[in-house]
Design a protein around this ligand. Sequence first.
Ligand SMILES: C[S@@+](CC[C@H](N)C(=O)[O-])C[C@H]1O[C@@H](n2cnc3c(N)ncnc32)[C@H](O)[C@@H]1O
Length: 212
Amino acid sequence: MGKELELEKTYIEDLYRVTTSLQKKDFVNKTEWKDFVPVIEDDTARFLQLILQMKKPVNILEIGTSIGFSATSMALTAREYGGTITTIEFDPTAAAQAKINFIRSEVDSIIQILEGDACQIVPELPDASFDFIFQDADKRIYPRLLKDCIRILRPGGILAVDDALFPVMDLDPKWSEQVEAVHIFNRLVADSSKLNSTLLPIGDGIIAAVKK
Ligand SMILES: C[S@@+](CC[C@H](N)C(=O)[O-])C[C@H]1O[C@@H](n2cnc3c(N)ncnc32)[C@H](O)[C@@H]1O
């Protein structure tokens, strides 16, 4: 990370250190299982909460639960207006830990975990059944699931996708397949006639799109 970007990140985190409702560091420290796929950054979590506060989506879908940090963070906002979250995870250890974390944060009553492969589950979900989708699973499935994500979103619904800046980040070459998939995905979203979108440099980059 460049020096200027590092300073920006530190500045932003210092600003919100006191008021952020759920800090990633605390959440991870309290999580018993440590061998999980990394979760979103605090600024990404705040951004998702902000969209939820603005749009108040009732039916929220998350693809990629891990230990449940992003789902818990969104749930803390969604429960204020009666929103519910469905989150998909195929790793049973991650799903079990997420359940423990949801109970600890007292948000388990509004989160349902679907255990299984998103590539099988998402195509089975009904048309226009979600107001908000947060995509954060394996990047290689982003392009494949885009059509279905658009199909299951209501018109006016929002698609938010993490790690959109992978193509310009200094990542280990072992991530090259993921990087390529994110680039293909970004192009598809930017060119889609069904979405209005922009890519924001929050966390590792987030594409936010509204279904027309
Ligand atoms: C980046 S982590 C999710 C982090 C989480 N959203 C958070 O910020 O708290 C990605 C998760 O997606 C899961 N995953 C990857 N591909 C999947 C698939 N095809 N179906 C279901 N889950 C998948 C992985 O097991 C991993 O736990």
